[in-house]
Design a protein around this ligand. Structure first.
Ligand code: ADP
Ligand code: MG
Length: 223
């Protein structure tokens, strides 16, 4: 745990927290959209930034228009919007992740850090199931699984939400970087075979942005 993480008080995970996450995630995606598309142009079809930007903009607008009462409801709502507004593979995959996580949170007005971790983990398992993918395939799972595992280790050793999400953010960034030498086995990048090696996966990169937004929503220092 670093000094800044330990000095930041842990916030409650309520609807305000999830709204902060959505707003931070949407602006991160907006700022990094060009980079995500650039990564996708190397091993895909150059639309990942556009897809993510469209999806999160639509989700933010929908959540603003229709107030939700619980963290679970907001995540479910965002997931539905991503599924209906994004044409690429990432829309249904992220949509499934957030819908499943939202359902796992149930209708409690506040949830614990451990409940958030368990919900994210079940959402990530749903992505693996839908995508018939696993860690090492050079996909979003390569930053998502390390992130929730780091969060679990931190919580298990007594850390609070800010420290756990800070650890998750670091693990997600490292996971995204670790996709560079991987051979893509799923999605469009897999069509390239050996030529997919040497490029960072766009989905693993956007997933790290979404995890970083959780850390920031909790009040962690910006990385
Ligand atoms: P598309 O590939 O349809 O153009 P995007 O460019 O929006 O969709 O998203 C591509 C990203 O989706 C990839 O970088 C990868 O991380 C993720 N992805 C693709 N297929 C799968 C899969 N089967 N399982 C998990 N993630 C996947
Ligand atoms: Mg694409």
């Amino acid at each position: 745990m670093n000094a800044s993480a330990s000095s930041t008080p842990d916030p409650v995970i309520d609807t305000e927290f999830v709204r902060r996450w959505l707003s931070l995630a949407t602006s991160a995606i907006e700022h990094k959209s060009g980079w995500l598309t650039e990564l996708d142009s190397a091993i895909g079809d150059a639309d990942h930034g556009i897809n993510m930007h469209r999806g999160f903009t639509a989700a933010s607008a929908a959540v603003e228009k229709e107030p939700s009462d619980t963290p679970g409801e907001i995540l479910t709502h965002v997931g539905r919007q991503l599924i209906s507004s994004v044409g690429g593979a990432a829309g249904p995959l992220y949509g499934t992740l957030l819908r499943r996580a939202g359902k796992a949170l149930g209708d409690q007005p506040t949830v614990s850090a451990e409940e958030l971790r368990v919900a994210l983990r079940s959402g990530i398992d749903a992505v693996a199931q839908l995508g018939r993918s696993e860690r090492g395939d050079k996909t979003m799972l390569d930053s998502l699984y390390p992130a929730v595992e780091a969060m679990g280790l931190a919580l298990g050793s007594g850390s609070g939400l800010v420290a756990a999400l800070t650890a998750a953010r670091t693990a997600a960034d490292e996971g995204a970087a670790a996709t560079v030498p991987m051979l893509a086995r799923k999605g469009r990048a897999s069509y390239l075979g050996e030529r997919s090696i040497g490029h960072q996966d766009p989905g693993a990169t956007s997933a790290a942005l979404l995890i970083a937004a959780f850390a920031e929503a909790a009040g962690a220092d910006t990385a």
